[in-house]
Design a protein around this ligand. Structure first.
Ligand code: PEP
Length: 258
């Protein structure tokens, strides 16, 4: 079955209520439903999820969270659970973003445990993987990716149904928010490596059905080339998802997926 490509907008900790209304409405009204070539997911900050959901209900746009807690419920002041995200209408959640790994010291194991909780709550985990600049310069990229994937594999084996059970996002840390996207050869090399590893560990039919997004300074100028790579199934977009025109142009580039 062909993989349905996807564009995910990660708003991070940006915006106000008014901004969320304006941006969501502009994206919703600007999408051409008849030519839309994939899925669109908006991931606003927690306080705006319900608002954004209300604005996109009945359209092709879905909503997702940017993170959730590492336990189901209970005494965990300030946290939000996977089931709460589901309750608000989320279909997926970004987990293990490099900002969470760096700023909040999230380990590979913690990210894998959170992904399992997401699945239990009925959310699709979008798990981010990626190397730092130093790791790339020291030619450790594939080793780092393998390590990050390792604790996910047993969870993946328990929830193997493509296409929705898992989504991975390759996001080289040095390309996030820097304006310096990875070269297409670098992107394809890592995506093919991830798919190959999944094929070996989980099985080829399943691995070929899971989507692998690229993230890191995707813009309207480079999206078409990136989305046309054989193992790339769309993008996880930060900065460019905060401007309706840019995000709409990136969504239009999904038609280059093959
Ligand atoms: C991100 O935050 O996941 C990201 C890819 O950001 P940007 O598009 O701004 O590089």
């Amino acid at each position: 079955m062909p993989r349905q490509p996807m564009v995910v907008g990660n708003w991070k900790m940006n915006g106000t209520r008014a901004f969320a209304v304006q941006l969501t409405s502009a994206i919703r009204d600007g999408i051409n439903a008849s030519t839309l070539a994939g899925e669109v997911l908006l991931c606003p900050p927690f306080p705006y999820l319900e608002l954004v959901h209300g604005l996109v209900q009945g359209t092709a746009i879905q909503i997702g969270g940017q993170n959730h807690a590492d336990r189901q419920n209970g005494p965990c002041t300030g946290e939000v659970s996977a089931s709460m995200l589901r309750d608000l209408g989320c279909r997926a959640v970004i987990l293990g973003h490099s900002e969470r790994r760096t700023l909040f010291h999230e380990s590979d194991t913690l990210v894998a445990d959170k992904a399992d909780l997401a699945l239990q709550a009925g959310l699709t985990p979008i798990v981010c993987l990626g190397e730092t600049l130093q790791q790339r310069q020291e030619k450790e990229t594939l080793t780092v990716i393998r390590h990050q994937l390792q604790p996910l594999l047993p969870h993946m084996a328990n929830h193997p149904q493509p296409p929705d059970s898992w989504i991975l996002a390759y996001e080289p840390v040095w390309a996030i928010g820097t304006g310096q996207n990875a070269q297409t050869e670098q992107i394809q090399e890592v995506h093919a490596f991830i798919r190959q590893l999944l094929q070996e560990e989980i099985g080829s039919t399943i691995a070929s059905g899971w989507r692998i997004l690229y993230g890191g300074s995707v813009t309207p100028g480079n999206a078409a080339d990136i989305f046309s790579l054989p193992d790339v199934d769309g993008g996880l977009i930060g900065g460019a998802s905060l401007k309706a025109d840019s995000f709409l142009a990136i969504i239009a580039a999904l038609s280059n997926h093959r």
